[in-house]
Design a protein. Sequence first.
Length: 256
Amino acid sequence: MMTKMMPKLQPGPEMDKLTRIRQPKAKTLIVPDVHERIGTLRRILANLAGPDTPVVFLGDWFDSFDGVASSMAETIGWLNDNTCNPLFTFLWGNHDLHYAYQMDGLRCSGYSGERDRMIRAAGVDFGRFQFSVVVDGWLCTHAGVHPSLLPALRPGRDAARLHEQILAATAHPWVTVPPILQAGYTRGGRQPVGGITWLDWEAEFEPIPGIFQIVGHSEGDHPREKISPDSRSICIDARLRSCLWIDDGDVEYCLS
């Protein structure tokens, strides 16, 4: 069932900003963490996505933890075949970053030297990956944005501006890993709370007034929500059991 999440944006400066970022003509499918479940992903896309369906992937393609049959080679092959698809938006997850960049502060559990060698040998193109995207007023990141980042990001109550500030704060080159990409205490890091690829949904995530967020990263048995008087945030990481449709600002859960 479709549920009304937020008022429709009217033509004007705010709509123009979202259009520059991403304003889909068709409803958009949001897919959470894959973690090498590439067979499940193929089934999801075959059942839910048509040839003209925009899809946003919330990151974490690598490192399997649940013991299901997985194929690193198949995951790499799928990425190499599909990162060029203009309908697909790929967001960085922490389990992607530690293979793309050899930097202290990015390594996390699940890292494998064998996986690293396979990724590099196959030439996985991480050039299409980004840290955030706005879809119909919803800010999508891998793990979410904590209010403590706002003094540095200065977004006001505008998801589009927050997205632009995230892109600026994560722009290369990096001398060290930016705080916005570091883990918090809950996940064994050195920051009070995690950044946008590390924020823990249960222990750290707090709604931001006026900002609607969709995230993955924190695995659970089912999608979870946090609601404040003027915002709604959704974590959909449930081992690929569910995905999310966004249609003109409305959202609909779909079983996969």
